[in-house]
Design a protein around this ligand. Structure first.
Ligand code: FE2
Length: 179
């Protein structure tokens, strides 16, 4: 289940309805889907997409999303450090970045106008949509990364990081989620 943190205010929110309200009032879509399916390591993309079809299809239809795939990152992922670094610097995209966490976890950081930076730890069952143009970055962790997530796109080409070059992520490099 998700955890929202605002490091500069020393604030951590565990309550899911409070998290949903916090995000929704800032234009960030957040939801939780039933995620009680356990997959073998060998589970392929089709099996995973099929298992969540009943949640995925209506969501995709209502948002006009065209494609979905599954990304898996774990300690066996080659070039993990390079992959991690690619999304660890503050960036935006020209389309929404939508992730449903089938398993594992990852930390989304948000830098909105006139607000302290906050982050959302996404875990199994969490669905997040980072609106296009929102300054954000993502971290799957320095060691022992584990992410299994469905990615949902209108147009995959919109999902290229456009770096802001702020270097803001560096200020939060030592942050650890209070569980
Ligand atoms: Fe991103």
């Amino acid at each position: 289940m998700a955890i929202l943190s605002i490091p500069d205010l020393n604030k951590t929110i565990h309550d899911v309805s409070e998290i949903r309200h916090f995000l929704n009032t800032r234009g960030i879509f957040f939801d939780q889907w039933q995620a009680d399916v356990v997959f073998e390591d060998s589970a392929n993309q089709e099996e995973i997409l099929k298992a969540y079809e009943s949640s995925l299809t209506p969501f995709m239809n209502s948002g006009g999303y065209q494609t979905a795939d599954v990304i898996t990152i774990n300690k066996l992922t080659e070039n993990y450090e390079a992959i991690r670094n690619k999304f660890l610097a503050e960036h935006t995209h020209s389309e929404d970045e939508i992730r449903f966490f089938v398993d594992g976890e990852g930390l989304f950081w948000f830098n909105l106008e006139n607000e302290p930076v906050f982050n959302l730890l996404c875990e199994k069952g969490d669905l997040i949509s980072v609106p296009e143009g929102t300054k954000h970055w993502f971290d799957a962790g320095e060691t022992n990364p584990f992410v299994k997530a469905i990615r949902i796109f209108i147009d995959m080409s919109g999902w290229i990081p456009d770096y802001t070059g702020s270097g803001l992520e560096g200020r939060f490099a030592e942050f650890r989620v209070e569980r």
